[in-house]
Design a protein around this ligand. Structure first.
Ligand SMILES: Nc1ncnc2c1ncn2[C@@H]1O[C@H](COP(=O)(O)OP(=O)(O)OP(=O)(O)O)[C@@H](O)[C@H]1O
Ligand SMILES: CC(C)(CO)[C@@H](O)C(=O)[O-]
Ligand code: BAL
Length: 283
């Protein structure tokens, strides 16, 4: 497994693969890897000849009062997990290598960045779309794989790639969960024992909404059901419950008459957990 710490090294490697007729898939991450990330890697391996994982905790997507300084990191463990998956290369640049002295150019998808979880984290999605564009330009992949757990991020990156005619395909992958249903997340390790037990309410509230979708509910009823199950987690502060069109994220109201996505953001102490579920009206 090649470890590339410079843009030049990364570019040269993928260029050589392309010259030998091989395709490349990239899996962008912020490290502290878990089975969710590894499932994206396995999908990437099926879809392309070569797989690159990127590990970069991107400062520009964290707000001033967010957890950049305490974001969990373990480079050695990440590398041994990726070796075991026989990933071809890991791109792990320093902040200086990525941003250098720093210009002020950025990439933004204004509509999607501002709404829903973007409204909770001002500037977050601008940081994401900018760093993802840089990663695409450095790795030059044919395919990139992202998790559905970060659903708004996935929709936003798909739109960015469409709007900018970026020459790659974006693939989504379902959320991988712990045995009790909690969506895997690097930040789960920062939950206390009690918060970890209560955090199962996120996935349980989505299960409840999915069952309710069978009964031709109104959007308001779905939200009330989610809120009621989340009240079983008193240490979790609900930051947002959004229900939008599953493809465009446009806000929905009235009867559930099309596939809708429920997006949750719940804060346990300083840890913001997110989860999502697509629900469909009964056939
Ligand atoms: N449980 C999961 N199942 C599938 N994909 C996941 C899961 N968790 C994260 N991913 C995906 O892995 C990629 C990298 O995400 P990231 O490194 O931020 O991991 P994370 O566990 O979501 O971390 P955190 O939520 O704490 O920032 C993203 O495309 C994300 O959607
Ligand atoms: C896509 C990403 C790697 C960009 O920093 C990050 O937002 C993430 O891990 O989901
Ligand atoms: N997976 C999203 C990265 C972040 O929370 O900044």
């Amino acid at each position: 497994m090649r470890i590339c710490r410079t843009k030049a090294d990364m570019r040269a490697l993928v260029r050589a693969w392309r010259q030998s007729g091989e395709t490349t898939a990239v899996v962008p991450t912020m490290g502290y890897l878990h089975e969710g990330h590894l499932s994206l890697v396995r999908k990437a391996k099926i879809e392309a000849d070569r797989v690159v994982t990127t590990i970069f905790v991107n400062p520009t997507q964290f707000g001033p009062n967010e957890d950049l300084a305490t974001y969990p990191r373990d480079e050695d463990r990440d590398l041994s997990l990726l070796r075991a998956e026989t990933v071809d290369a890991v791109f792990m640049p320093s902040v200086d290598e990525m941003y250098g002295d720093g210009g002020d150019t950025y990439v933004e998808v204004p509509g999607l960045s501002a709404i829903l979880q973007g409204a909770l984290r001002p500037g977050h999605f601008r940081g994401v779309s900018t760093v993802v564009t840089k990663l695409f330009n450095i790795v030059t992949p044919d395919i990139a794989v992202f998790g559905e757990k970060d659903y708004q991020q996935l929709i936003l990156i798909k739109q960015m790639v469409r709007d900018l005619d970026a020459p790659l395909e974006i693939l989504g992958h379902p959320t991988v969960r712990e045995a009790d249903g909690l969506a895997m997340s690097s930040r789960n390790v920062r939950l206390t024992e009690d918060q970890r037990i209560e955090a199962v309410a996120l996935s349980q509230s989505l299960d409840k909404a999915e069952q309710l979708a069978e009964t031709a509910p109104r959007i308001d009823d779905l939200e009330a059901a989610v809120r009621s199950v989340l009240s079983d987690a008193p240490s979790g502060q609900i930051e947002s419950i959004d229900i939008g069109d599953a493809e465009t994220l446009a806000e929905l109201s009235g009867a559930l008459d099309r596939p809708a996505v429920i997006l949750l953001a719940v804060r346990f102490g300083s840890v913001l957990l997110i989860d999502q579920r697509v629900v469909r009206p009964a056939a």
